[in-house]
Design a protein around this ligand. Structure first.
Ligand code: ADP
Ligand code: MG
Length: 675
């Protein structure tokens, strides 16, 4: 072995390591757990933990951590040494099955949206054996799910795993109807293309806005921007190329399938594309990628910006979430088939995705909502805030022909019957690259392009998995009850295409006319994140998630709170940073420059310029101070006042409800019970 092969996965406790280090029966039991999503056999935990520890120590590890994904959107870890004291002054390196399976981080400061009081620190992490453990910074990292003590979900991994299970379960029902008895498991595959900016560290250090908010809050346009398009796929600068080489190596060691690195459209913007894998691992890997982008950049005197819009006037950064459905027998269920029978199956899955996207436009929009992404969505560079689906000319013609029960004029100008099974063979390139579509079919997968560059891809995939699972559930209910499967499936596909074709749009999504057209079609257009987020808990959505056991109503509400709170906090921090920068640096600079000019006796001619700016700056500064005040006042006058009203009603209610039923100690008890 040499080169990539030698380092790829060298820091991962992957299948081949397990096979070589675990006893046969332990290995078999663990594989069953991993492949069939079964519960872990507790009896093997100690053996696995010990093998993991020996392997990790041989690679230089001294610590272990449960590695989890709280609702901050990034990952968290708390390191413990493998040490166990054996007597005065002596230790052994130990790691038990119990420590592998479950951890109790003192994690009271992670956002919980009210699911757990902050003083009640207890939350626990539980091993996810379907994602491999790995070594990073001399620490064995164990991917885990994170729950509150009462079992409420506090992370992004648990609902993702639940949504995968829902999708697996419903897809298997459909596949059974099509005679695929051999398929045991279905899972979504994802490849997440990551965009980012790199700036010089010394420049970054002098920009408080980049440091505190991740984006520039000021900055006049440079004389040259991205108008020449000379950056896109251009030759890499030496420093960037050295950075990318090291990044690739670090990612490969962790088993991340980093494949393509290139310059993006904006100056200083780049992209990394991995080879797709199952969505749970893809999500973990994308988190690692973001972490390593930042770490490796610093080693090269660079800073990696993952913000969606670090600079005004040049393109922002997104993440393209390529999504498909695979079986454990190696089928891609979104691959158009070669035979009529395979095509019916393909068209049914296509219909399921179409219906899911149409009925849950709001949820897809919500998964990409943030203060940062608001700068991108709807501006003329990223997909708009309107969710629609691109199918390309060929597939759209097929869908239309099926809807109208007409023949379809295929490539080569031969008429095809719209007997359902017959659709033209797709050449991948003809499913063109409509770069403006938020949700594009690209040959054998869908590419969801609205996700922000700093996001965890978990949320988007939780929604996609659950929404599609729910359509397949409805399809399976109908088809399982049918006497004539072939007849019924045809009708179902035709009906689905007819009822949901409004979601298909192959044109230019940036055009103003599309906004009007979309409105005529009744498609949603939530322009800002706040407009979108308030719909997360709509009845339709709560029911969807509850039906598939992905979120309870309470968990969903807590997520909505966290999103809104995050939004407010970001705007608040940006406003304060802005004030500080103008007050402490910009204004004094203007004043000093005015003095210089005056001192140089240019007062008469040129004084007008900077002093006019000085006045304008002071005016705008005052305006922003006023707005912040107005915002605080709004909190005080409206929110606080409403809270007071709610309190009044609650207090009145307390007096009318029997003391036994009232959930909290009364004032009487609190004030007079101490004897
Ligand atoms: P581009 O979109 O830039 O033309 P590709 O189509 O080759 O590039 O792939 C883009 C991304 O889609 C890659 O990360 C790739 O691994 C991923 N991808 C390819 N096939 C699938 C699939 N079946 N499921 C999920 N992702 C896929
Ligand atoms: Mg792409």
């Amino acid at each position: 072995m040499s080169g990539i092969e030698a380092i790829f996965g060298s820091m991962v406790f992957n299948e081949s390591v397990m096979r070589s280090l675990l006893p046969h029966d332990t290995y078999d039991k663990l594989q069953k757990t991993i492949q069939e999503g079964r519960e872990l056999d507790r009896s093997i935990a100690d053996v696995v933990a010990n093998a993991m520890k020996d392997w990790a120590v041989s690679k230089g590890a001294t610590h272990f951590t449960h590695w989890f994904q709280p609702l901050t959107g990034i990952t968290a870890e708390k390191h413990d040494a493998f040490l166990t004291p054996t007597g005065p002054g002596s230790v052994v390196m130990e790691f038990s099955g119990k420590e592998l399976i479950r951890g109790e981080p003192d994690a009271s400061s992670f956002p919980s949206g009210g699911l757990r009081a902050t003083f009640e620190a207890r939350g626990y992490t539980a091993w996810d054996p379907t994602s491999y453990a790995f070594i990073k910074d001399n620490t064995l990292c164990i991917p885990t799910a994170f729950c509150s003590y009462t079992g409420s979900v506090l992370d992004k991994k648990t609902p993702l795993l639940r949504s995968m299970e829902a999708l697996n379960c419903q897809t298997l029902r459909i596949l059974k109807l099509f005679g695929h008895a051999d398929v045991k498991r279905v899972f979504p595959t994802v490849g997440a293309e990551q965009e980012y900016f790199l700036v010089d560290k010394s420049v970054y250090d002098r920009r408080p806005d980049l440091k505190y908010t991740g984006r520039t809050l000021f900055g006049a346009r440079p004389s040259k921007g991205q108008e020449l398009d000379d950056q896109y796929f251009g030759a890499l600068k030496t420093r960037i190329s050295l950075f990318m080489r090291e990044l690739d190596e670090e990612l490969w060691k962790l088993g991340v399938f980093a494949k393509t690195e290139h310059n993006e459209a904006a100056p200083a913007q780049h992209e990394l594309a991995p080879i797709f894998t199952n969505v749970n691992i893809a999500t973990d890997h994308n988190q690692l990628t973001m972490e390593l982008l930042k770490k490796v950049a610093v080693k090269h005197g660079l800073v990696c910006l993952l913000h969606e819009k670090p600079f005004a006037g040049v393109n922002g950064s997104g993440k393209h979430n390529n999504w498909s459905l695979a079986t454990d027998t190696g089928l891609n269920l979104l691959e158009p088939g070669k035979s009529p029978a395979e095509n019916v199956q393909f068209l049914l899955f296509l219909g399921a995705v179409m219906k899911a996207v149409d009925e849950h436009q709001d949820l897809l929009r919500i998964t990409v909502a943030s203060a940062g992404n608001d700068h991108r969505l709807g501006a003329s560079e990223a997909p708009p805030a309107i969710v629609s689906m691109f199918l390309g000319c060929e597939l759209t013609s097929v869908v239309e022909a099926i809807t109208r029960k007409e023949s379809y004029l295929g490539p080569g100008k031969t008429y095809m019957e719209t007997g359902l099974g017959i659709i033209p063979k797709f050449r991948k390139d003809t499913t063109d690259r409509n770069r403006t579509s938020p949700f594009a079919f690209t040959g054998n997968k869908f590419e969801f392009r609205m996700v922000g560059s700093s996001f965890s891809i978990a949320d988007a995939n939780i929604v996609l998995n659950t929404a599609v699972a729910d359509q397949l559930r409805q399809f399976a209910d109908e088809l399982e009850a049918a006497d004539d499967f072939a007849l019924r499936v045809g009708k179902l596909i035709r009906r689905t295409f007819r009822e949901h074709s409004r979601i298909i749009f192959n044109g230019n999504n940036y055009a103003r006319e599309w906004v009007e057209e979309a409105e005529r079609r009744g498609l949603l257009n939530y322009r800002s994140s706040v407009d979108a987020i308030v719909h997360l808990t709509d009845e339709k959505n709560a029911k969807l998630f509850e039906r598939h056991g992905v979120f309870t109503g309470t968990e969903l509400a807590s997520r909505q709170d966290i999103m809104l709170e995050g939004y407010l906090k970001i705007i608040h921090i940006e406003a304060l940073t802005m004030l500080d920068m103008v007050r402490r640096e910009v204004l004094p600079a203007v004043v000093s420059y005015t003095d210089q000019l005056a001192g140089a006796a240019l007062r008469k001619k040129q004084l007008g310029v900077p002093s006019a700016h000085e006045e304008k700056l002071i005016a705008k500064l005052a305006a922003l101070t006023d707005s912040i005040y107005a915002c605080a006042k709004y909190h005080r006058d409206v929110i606080f006042a409403t809270m007071q009203e709610l309190r009044a009603v609650t207090d009145e209610t307390e007096l009318c409800v029997s003391a036994k039923c009232w959930p909290y100690p009364s004032y009487g008890e609190m004030l007079f019970s101490v004897m």
